[in-house]
Design a protein around this ligand. Sequence first.
Ligand code: DAT
Ligand code: MG
Length: 151
Amino acid sequence: MSTERTLVLVKPDGVQRGLIGQVLSRLERRGLKLIGLKLMQMDEALANQHYAEHVEKPFFPGLRDFITSGPLVAAAFEGANAVQLVRNTMGATNPLDATPGSIRADFGVDLGRNVIHGSDSPESGERELALFFESSELVSWDRDVEGWIYE
Ligand code: DAT
Ligand code: MG
C-alpha cells in the first residue's frame, strides 16, 4: 500500500455551477484526506504547464480558454492509492462514457465541461501539486479516524 498525493481541480464549470462542496464532499466521504485547498484562477502560463502533454493537440486552445475563464478550486488529497481512488470517483474523461454514480457522470454531459481534474499517476500528482501549491501550503496531519477507514 503506497501513500500517494494527488491534485484535484474543481474546474471553472463546477465553480460557476455551485458544485464545489458536492464534488469535494464525495472525495472526502470516500475517505481521502485533504491536505491543501485554495480558490484561484489559472493563467495561460500555468495552463500550458499543467496540460503540457496536451499543448500541441487540436482541442488545447479551447481547453486553455475554458480552464482560465474563471476561478477554480485546487485541492490536494493524500492517502494509500489516492490517485486511483480519485480517478475512479471522478469517472471517465467523457461524461458520456462515465459510469453513473461517478462525479463526471452525475454532474456533467460534455467532454469539454467535465467538472473535475484528477492527476493520472503518482508522478503526475507530485508534478502538478508543485505547480499549484507551495510546500508550506500542504498540511501534514494525523487523522483520528484513520483506523476506521484503512484496515
Ligand atoms: P483527464 O482529464 O481524464 O485526465 P485528459 O488528460 O486526456 O483527460 O484530457 C484533459 C482534459 O482535456 C479533459 O478533462 C477534457 C479535455 N479533453 C480531452 N480530450 C479532449 C478532446 N478530444 N476534445 C476536447 N477536449 C478534450
Ligand atoms: Mg489527464
